[in-house]
Design a protein around this ligand. Structure first.
Ligand code: ADP
Ligand code: ZN
Ligand code: ZN
Length: 872
């Protein structure tokens, strides 16, 4: 790749196949492989081998290669016409053999290559995102007798095959002696000297076959489950015991012991007592590592509303690749449409992939899918343990029809026979990876994947992204003039035309909740110094009186966003980053801490100002802890649960907290961003936004879009059940267009104004951006490098390449910067950035980014963020 200066424009993937086909000239060929070696270092780089002329190799095949004194497994990555210049060709060793051809289906392999090319990163980086950690390290290759080779054959006799070496005979004997005729490579290598060569011999003679061990369906992992057996509870139960049984009953009468203990905050002796009283039984149950979540009672498809049916019919009628936007207001029943669209896909023996933004909302959504499709549902995201990810991955590969629900990296789930991809909350920025490379957006990759697999892609949202919206409203802009050979194209934009489906109303015609905007300046003028306006206080009071539930949204976690001295104005900052420290203080007994939200540096809260010694330190800005504290003072009777990244750090905490809330153990959920994403809790009637301003004034061209989406989504949590909802947004800028648009539920006019502004400035989705992020611990060196690169980029004028299909008049990219990042120093690294801006419809001749990387001194790291969302 690095030798091609036009790497941005030309296909990369298929060169390997093409060059392979012309290879019978007896010419030498080389191959880069990823070696199956437990040492982390070896997994980080590619090794070059020579390909023997007779060997048929495709990228993605599993090979065996000599490595030091051993023979190891390896994945074929790239076939090259020349060895790397810094390697002595005489020292390059030969590939031994192909162990398993076509381990990656061709379309999947192509997807990985497409991602590598579009995001200017090495294929190996993409493979690392796509494969579960340790796949190569763990890959269990096994050898078994080929069909019909079980008994009949006499070892050592030639039969119709070639003569076998004594070692090969020995291995064959071992296999035949084993009832299932099957051993792992590792075992055979330990038993027989020179096994590798002999295995190759047997493979060639087709006497044995090698395969990757499929996941065992039964992991001998036992877990205790509690099942409710009593219909009528005995009279001698304590209040506490009754509560526990009640929780169990509400959850369908069957829960894992660990989960029941967590939800009820009970000890196992309490549950044992209940067992002695004959109310429950505790049984050991075998669990798959992949399904460590409770099994739920079955659930039937709901009778659809007319709008839902129309959407479902439209999706069901699609055959092959198509992109669909399902634009449904919050609570309009998008999930039910996904469920009913997926059911026939499973019946056809195909699989479906459902992507969601964050783990926080996965338990609820997963439950709904599990209730409908049972154990056909599997969850795949980076919060799983390595073992769980590994098992799930292998199970997906096995090919049974299934639904995979996961976060962004699940777009690489290795599902054969994909029938549908759904991206729920498609506007959400957690679908984008900022770092490390590849800096991919799951929506972009999903479009390619759907195209390669020839299946529909459904994007769902109440507040679609501008990118998606643009492709619907102005088809003439996106009319594809390129040839449709998806194999060779990396489309510069996501310009597949998008079908529009709409669910304009909530289920049962429930109204969207009225949004009241409170001007906090007036509150102050009228003498209210509380962080809660009078309206919000009244709303909270009402919750308490009527026993309803509410949600308070706060932009930040922690207590206060910064601490400053009243006497001299000194602000306590992180010693490693250019940001102020946030004050954290959960409750009376907890230590008072100052924490950096960028590098997690923690120090104790000082008694006095480090600068002038004054004891008067003041807290500014409210985080979740502060709001919780104020709430406890003003409404001591309201029980609350904090739901932010501080309280949901442990595994399963999201589920536990949400379960406690839906069980009515608290009146209020107080949390950050993660509250906004798809929570469907019917008892919630009040939603309060404590301070919208933190969202409005960020130095980012996407701030308005994001603020609108966040506020609309959080407002959409109210009034989803029988009781009507109410939303109160507190702000110091009530006239801000975002606030006004949210108040009037005006998606369309907001988005159209926003699009006009983007167009005027040539920002996405009209222009495209590539952000080069440089960082180093050496402030001077990173700045110099940034200046040097920016100057080089600016002088890179188009070459008069007449064979090029780009117009000579095509404007080049614009170089913005170099500029220090808006927070210059994070974790002691100084950060600079350079932005490239260009028209989306024709990719200009971009520089070879690998060469740019080589220009950076080793102390400076360079990340290329393609289509960046976060410019901070
Ligand atoms: P969205 O994802 O659009 O915000 P949901 O899919 O969460 O909305 O649906 C909101 C609620 O309405 C859920 O509790 C769901 O079970 C319920 N619901 C969805 N479709 C129907 C239907 N056709 N009939 C009755 N209830 C429905
Ligand atoms: Zn001071
Ligand atoms: Zn810091």
């Amino acid at each position: 790749m690095s030798s091609n200066p036009n790497v941005g424009r030309s296909g990369i993937v298929l060169e390997s196949r093409a060059s392979y086909d012309q290879s019978d000239s007896g010419q030498n060929r080389w191959i880069e492989v990823l070696v199956d070696c437990p040492e982390a270092e070896a997994q980080k780089r590619l090794y070059t081998y020579r390909l023997p002329a007779q060997l048929q190799v495709q990228p993605g095949d599993i090979l065996s290669v000599p490595f030091g004194a051993q023979v190891l497994g390896a994945i074929a990555i790239r076939i090259c016409d020349a060895p790397p210049p810094d390697l002595n060709p005489a020292k390059i060793r030969d590939v031994e053999d192909v162990v398993s051809a076509g381990f990656f289906p061709p379309t999947y392999w192509q997807l990985l290559n497409q991602v590598a090319q579009y995001y200017y990163t090495q294929l190996i980086q993409v493979i690392r995102v796509a494969l579960p950690p340790g796949l190569l390290g763990r890959s269990q290759r096994r050898l078994r007798l080929a069909q019909g080779e079980g008994e009949g054959r006499q070892v050592g006799q030639a039969g119709n095959a070639n003569y076998l070496s004594p070692t090969a005979c020995k291995i064959l004997e071992l296999l035949q002696a084993q009832p299932s005729g099957d051993y792992s490579f590792v075992y055979l290598q330990r038993q027989v000297r020179g096994a590798y060569r002999a295995i190759r011999e047997l493979l060639r003679a087709k006497l044995v076959e090698s395969y990757l061990e499929p996941p065992r369906t039964q992991r001998p992992k036992l877990q205790k489950a509690v099942t409710l057996v009593a219909d009528v509870f005995p009279l001698d139960l304590t209040q506490r015991q009754r509560e526990i049984l009640e929780v169990l009953r509400r959850r369908g009468g069957d829960l894992l012991l660990t989960e029941l203990l967590q939800i009820c905050n009970a000890s196992s002796s309490t549950i044992k007592t209940l067992e002695q009283k004959g109310c429950v039984v505790i049984q050991e149950r075998e669990m798959l590592r992949t399904s460590a979540e409770p099994l739920l009672a079955g659930d039937q498809p709901k009778a659809l509303t007319p709008a839902q049916s129309e959407a479902l019919e439209a999706i069901a009628s699609l055959s092959g690749f198509a992109k669909v936007l399902l634009h449904g207001v919050t609570g309009s029943g998008k999930t039910e449409v996904y469920l009913q669209a997926i059911a026939p896909i499973l019946e056809r023996g195909q699989s479906a992939l459902v992507l969601v933004p964050e783990i926080g909302l996965t338990p609820q959504l997963t439950d709904r899918f599990r209730a409908r499709f049972g154990n056909k549902v599997c969850v795949y995201h980076s919060a799983l343990s390595d073992g769980e990810r590994y098992d799930t991955w292998r199970q997906m590969l096995a090919g049974a029809a299934q639904v995979v629900i996961g976060t962004r990296s699940a777009i690489f789930a290795p599902l054969p026979r994909l029938g549908l991809i759904v991206l729920d909350e498609e506007h959400d920025s957690s679908f984008k990876q900022d770092q490390p490379a590849p800096t991919y957006h799951a929506r972009t990759v999903a479009t390619w994947r759907a195209e390669l697999e020839n299946c529909p892609l459904v994007l769902g949202s109440a507040t679609p992204s501008l990118e998606t919206w643009l492709n619907i409203t102005s088809p003439e802009l996106t009319d594809s003039t390129q040839n449709s050979d998806a194999m060779n194209r990396v489309s510069p934009t996501q310009n597949a035309l998008t079908h529009y489906l709409s669910l304009p109303e909530r289920i049962q015609s429930r109204p969207l909740p009225p949004v009241e905007v409170v001007d906090m300046r007036q509150e102050l003028q009228q003498g209210n110094r509380s962080i809660f306006s009078r309206s919000l206080q009244e709303g909270l009071q009402q919750l308490q009186d009527e026993g309803k539930q509410g949600i308070l949204f706060i932009h930040r976690r922690g207590h206060s966003t910064f601490v400053s001295c009243r006497s001299c104005g000194y602000v306590i900052e992180c010693p490693h980053c250019d940001v102020s420290l946030s004050y954290h203080h959960a409750h009376e007994e907890a230590a008072e801490l100052l924490r950096c939200h960028y590098c997690n540096f923690v120090r104790s809260h000082p008694q006095s100002c480090p600068e002038c010694g004054s004891p008067y330190l003041k807290f500014f800005g409210s985080g979740t802890q502060r709001v919780a504290q104020e709430l406890a003072q003003q409404f001591p009777q309201l029980r609350y649960i904090r739901f932010d990244s501080d309280t949901t750090r442990t595994k399963g905490a999201h589920r536990t907290l949400l379960t406690r809330f839906t069980n009515g153990e608290a009146d209020l959920l107080i949390g950050t961003q993660m509250l906004t994403k798809g929570l469907d809790i019917s008892q919630v009637t009040l939603v309060g936004v404590v301070a919208a301003d933190g969202l409005l004034h960020l130095p980012d061209y996407r701030a308005s879009e994001r603020a609108f989406q966040t506020l609309t989504q959080v407002a959409g949590r109210a009034g989803r059940g029988d009781d009507s909802g109410r939303v109160i947004i507190q702000t110091y800028s009530p006239e801000h267009p975002v606030i006004q648009a949210v108040r009037r539920h005006q998606y369309q006019s907001f988005i159209e104004t926003e699009l006009e502004q983007r167009e005027a400035l040539n920002y996405p989705p009209y222009g495209r951006l590539i952000l080069l992020r440089l960082s180093s611990t050496d402030a001077a060196e990173v700045q110099e490098t940034a200046e040097m690169l920016a100057a080089g980029l600016a002088s890179n004028t188009p070459q008069g390449d007449s064979s090029s299909d780009t117009h000579p008049t095509t404007p080049m990219y614009e170089v913005l910067g170099p500029a220090p990042a808006s927070i210059l120093r994070v974790a002691n690294r100084y950060r600079w950035q350079i932005m490239l801006k260009f028209a989306p419809d024709s990719l200009p001749e971009l520089p070879d980014f690998n060469e740019l990387r080589l220009l950076c001194p080793s102390s400076v790291s360079l990340t290329i963020d393609v289509d960046p969302l976060n410019l901070m």
